[in-house]
Write a protein that binds this ligand. Structure first.
Ligand code: HEM
Length: 521
């Protein structure tokens, strides 16, 4: 009996030791595998480490890199500060991500024109909820196919047809602003954003939403969705999906995404069905098509549907994505830029007077602005360009590097990311004498010819530049001319340096677009 008990004890001890040994071996294998994986991971990334060591930039901590220097709600001002201390291209580490910040025109020229850096960086992924995988965020293969089809729809003839919409909506804005006359300072963006949204809805989708004159929830959905998307970009703990998905923000964002998609999808479906019906009728009675179409302007969506039905084969989802992109890329940027231009005119009354005199000379005191007027508003154009220099709506753009990219004195390695800090380039004293001075005459042709062509790039440049460049310039000219003709603008801001900036989808003044209005005699 005693022998049996001792035998059992021995056996269980043996089993225990065996189990322990298995655990130890398993742990050892795990550690070994981890070391091998870790070693391979870093070996594969060795080119990044070598390149980073050669570049200048702030001291990076292990694992987190420069996250503490950059990430947070004031990311933009921190990035600007770093860009003034270190010379371009400067490197920062965001965790394991190696980013080069570029602020020199010769480097920008190479980057924006190289096929190695056409892809957008995945850091902008959170805003795709709003942009719906249209041109701005699409991966290169999809972007190439869509851009080739879409760009001809931005031709001058189509744009000229839109001037009437720009002018009518600008007149509605001028009327709405009567509410603020003589009441002191207010934030003009609340009015201007509604105007640019109305403009874009009508030109991009062919629908009238009357955001200026009615309460449109669509605006609130976009604003809130953008707010959450940018929280995800800037606040470090919202980045990983497994954390963000646990927060109530995820549910709210899903809900907003569903509402925004439903809105555009229903317009796309309705417009496609109407087009198909029209084509069916035209096959039966061709003269009806001619009668109906004479003198009619086509929205971008209408043109894309036609192209799609004739062989471009865009799905409804793809059409929805492009329309969502136009709506957001177009309305926020144009609204913000026009409002910055208003502040500049308010801050410099003698420049405002010159714009006013030009508008009165070209257009007169009360008729609607027409497309033949726009080419003659040359001084206003210089004012807008100077405002775009100091406050480029898309203040920074990102690219990811697919293959090594050779700059003049430096190679940016494949696998890294690039931020082109447009606002840093536009305010560098190396390329712009007295950079914080608002001087529209920097854009006289003799001055422009003295500068590097890539020293002013508010619409980016190269094959992936802004698709809406001409649209935006014409819309801003019409809008600003209409308002300056009716009102004298003033502002509490005394100097450009006083306007502190923050950046989400576009740059904005922290304290708002402060303006006050008086009716002109
Ligand atoms: C003042 C107004 C505007 C400014 C400053 C501006 C600026 C920019 C910038 C900097 C980019 C490049 C973004 C990047 O590479 O990440 C861009 C792209 C784009 N913009 Fe604009 N934009 C303006 C107005 C508009 C308007 C009115 C539209 C449409 C109606 C528009 C449509 C687009 C599209 C579709 C792209 C993506 C192009 C592509 O990747 O192929 N933009 N814009």
């Amino acid at each position: 009996m005693k022998e049996t008990t001792t035998g059992i004890l021995k056996e269980s001890k043996l089993a225990e030791t065996l189990t322990q040994n298995i655990y130890v071996t398993l742990v050892f294998i795990l550690i070994f595998n981890f070391i091998v994986w870790y070693g391979q991971y870093h070996w594969r990334r060795r080119k990044l480490y070598v390149a980073a060591a050669k570049a200048n930039g702030p001291l990076a901590l292990p694992f987190v890199g420069n996250a503490f220097d950059l990430v947070g709600s004031n990311f933009f001002s921190r990035a600007m500060k770093i860009a003034t201390v270190y010379k371009s291209p400067l490197r920062v580490w965001l965790g394991q991500k190696l980013i080069f910040v570029v602020t020199r025109p010769d480097e920008v020229e190479i980057i924006v024109n190289s096929p190695c850096s056409l892809e957008k960086d995945d850091v902008i992924q959170p805003i795709d909820v709003i942009l719906n995988n249209g041109l701005l965020t699409a991966a290169v293969p999809k972007w190439k196919r869509h851009r080739k089809i879409i760009m001809p729809t931005f031709n001058q003839k189509v744009l000229n047809g839109f001037i009437e919409i720009f002018a009518e909506q600008s007149e509605i804005l001028a009327k709405q602003l009567e509410n603020e006359v003589g009441k002191g300072t207010f934030d003009v963006i609340h009015y201007v954003r509604r105007c640019t949204l109305d403009i874009i809805c009508e030109t991009a989708m062919g629908v009238t939403v009357n955001a200026q004159t009615t309460d449109v929830v669509y605006m609130e959905w976009i604003s809130r969705a953008l707010e959450i998307a940018f929280l995800r970009m800037y606040v470090v703990w919202y980045k990983p999906d497994f954390i963000f998905n646990l927060t109530p923000l995820k549910k709210e964002l899903d809900d907003l995404e569903r509402k925004l998609r439903n809105f555009t999808n229903s317009v796309v479906k309705q417009k496609r069905a109407a087009y198909q019906k029209k084509m069916k009728e035209a096959r039966e009675r061709p003269e009806a098509l001619l009668e109906e179409d004479s003198g009619k302007r086509n929205s971008f969506l209408q043109q894309l549907i036609e192209l799609s039905e004739k062989g471009a084969n865009f799905t409804d989802e793809e059409l929805g994505g492009e329309v969502d992109t136009f709506m957001n890329a177009g309305s926020e940027t144009t609204g913000s830029m026009s409002s910055f231009a208003f502040i500049m005119l308010a801050m410099f009354p003698e420049i405002q007077d010159k714009v006013y005199e030009e508008v009165i000379k070209v257009v007169g005191p009360d008729r609607l602005i027409e497309y033949t007027d726009l080419g003659k508003l040359v001084y206003l154009e210089r004012v807008i360009k100077e405002a775009l220099r100091l406050f480029p709506a898309g203040a920074l753009i990102t690219r990811s590097v697919a293959k090594d990219l050779q700059l003049k004195n430096y190679t940016i390695p494949a696998g890294s990311s690039i931020i082109i800090l447009i606002i840093g380039l536009h305010t560098s004293s190396e390329f712009w004498p007295d950079p914080m001075k608002f001087d529209p005459d920097r854009f006289l042709s003799e001055e422009v010819s003295k500068r590097h062509p890539y020293s002013w790039i508010p619409f980016s440049s190269g094959p992936r530049n802004c698709a809406g460049l001409k649209f935006a310039m014409q819309a801003m000219k019409t809008l600003i001319a209409t308002i300056v003709r009716k009102y004298r603008l003033s502002t509490e801001y005394k100097t450009i340096e006083e306007i502190k900036l923050r950046c989400d989808f576009v740059i904005k003044p922290v304290e708002g677009y402060k303006l006050a209005l008086e009716l002109r005699e």
